[in-house]
Design a protein around this ligand. Structure first.
Ligand SMILES: NC(=O)C1=CN([C@@H]2O[C@H](COP(=O)(O)OP(=O)(O)OC[C@H]3O[C@@H](n4cnc5c(N)ncnc54)[C@H](OP(=O)(O)O)[C@@H]3O)[C@@H](O)[C@H]2O)[C@@H](O)CC1
Ligand SMILES: Nc1ncnc2c1ncn2[C@@H]1O[C@H](COP(=O)(O)OP(=O)(O)O)[C@@H](O)[C@H]1O
Ligand SMILES: [Mg+2]
Length: 278
């Protein structure tokens, strides 16, 4: 298992300084799907992290009740209603990275969106499944597209694999990553990343990050960074490290770190880390 290190991450992070003749479409389009009634915060935090990590365009498919909160907090993001099938289909075609799950819920409406996305997503797109989308994945029979990122915590991984937390060994996890044909980010106090070929360990992080919404923030971070990286694995590894790196840095002066504080700190830390390798 390879340990993630700062010097690698500084190479993998997108660096925008030298790109002159570009516009927002050169930095990827991210669609975030989630936030059923009462859980709008989850997808809002993911959207904020995606936008703050530099995604060129960010669109959120969520319950219409959350539109005004989303636009108040993040006027840069566009919003579409979760139940508008025609619009969601159009958005799936348009976006380069699709992240689904935070606060999505497990009801029939959530299940319909889940099935629609899995049916419509194309092989050249990057799909990230988190939170309730992982629970739905464990219940529905679907084929995953080639470039799928799964970001379970130990409970979600148990639902997907049947492995109890104490059975989630490197061997078993790799076997399951292979079987699912996905890139797996198994979150915890030390997050492990599994691909069919290799595994990585992130030792950064702090208990100050153990607060609701921290995984939603990571989802946005991975989506936003992958939207700007040609190499999806490098994007995922850089995002996992960066999320914890910022958490540790903020925790030096805080008892608890808010996911939204991590999102707001992303542009400064991305600039700082990516510049190190230049
Ligand atoms: N502001 C918002 O809108 C927020 C909304 N959110 C949304 O809430 C929804 C539910 O997501 P969820 O992760 O909170 O609950 P769920 O899927 O039931 O999993 C919990 C089960 O797994 C087990 N478990 C084992 N290891 C574990 C571990 N390391 N970390 C965590 N759990 C672990 C655990 O076992 P236990 O600890 O009880 O032994 C329990 O049985 C989802 O849509 C999410 O996006 C949140 O993002 C917060 C902010
Ligand atoms: N004790 C800890 N040390 C380091 N990181 C932690 C710790 N506890 C949680 N985290 C991080 O916080 C995030 C939690 O994700 P998740 O359980 O999906 O939260 P939520 O669903 O509330 O957003 C993961 O990125 C995990 O690595
Ligand atoms: Mg979560």
């Amino acid at each position: 298992m390879q340990m993630l290190e700062q010097h690698q991450v500084s190479e993998w992070l997108p660096y925008r300084e030298q790109d002159k003749d570009t516009n927002k479409r050169d930095y990827g389009q991210v669609l975030l799907i989630g936030g059923s009634r009462g859980m709008g915060g989850a997808i809002l935090m993911a959207a904020e992290a995606a936008m703050m990590s530099g995604a060129g365009l960010t669109t959120v498919a969520t319950d219409e009740n959350h539109f005004s909160a989303l636009h108040t907090r993040l006027p840069e993001a566009m919003a579409v209603p979760l139940e508008d099938v025609k619009e969601i289909r159009h958005q799936i075609k348009k976006n380069t990275v699709i992240a689904m799950g935070p606060g999505l819920g497990l009801d029939e409406k959530a299940r319909d969106v889940f099935r629609l996305v899995l049916k419509e997503v194309e092989q050249h797109q990057t799909l990230l499944l988190d939170a309730d989308a992982l629970t739905l994945l464990s219940e529905e029979k679907v084929d995953l597209p080639q470039m799928t990122i799964l970001t379970p915590h130990a409970g979600e991984w148990q639902r997907l694999t049947g492995l109890k937390p104490e059975e989630q060994s490197e061997n078993e996890n790799r076997k399951w990553a292979n079987k699912l044909g996905a890139l797996v980010v198994l979150k915890g106090d030390q997050t492990r990343i599994y691909t069919p070929e290799a595994s990585y360990l992130n030792i950064k992080g702090t208990p100050a990050m153990a607060t609701g919404g921290m995984g939603d923030c990571l989802t946005g971070c991975i989506a936003g960074i992958c939207a700007q990286n040609e190499d999806v694995l490098e994007g995922v590894l850089a995002a996992v490290f960066l999320h914890s790196y910022i958490g540790c840095s903020l925790a030096q002066t805080r008892h608890v770190v808010r996911p939204t504080e991590i999102a707001q700190s992303l542009p400064v830390y991305m600039k700082q880390l990516s510049t190190l390798s230049k």
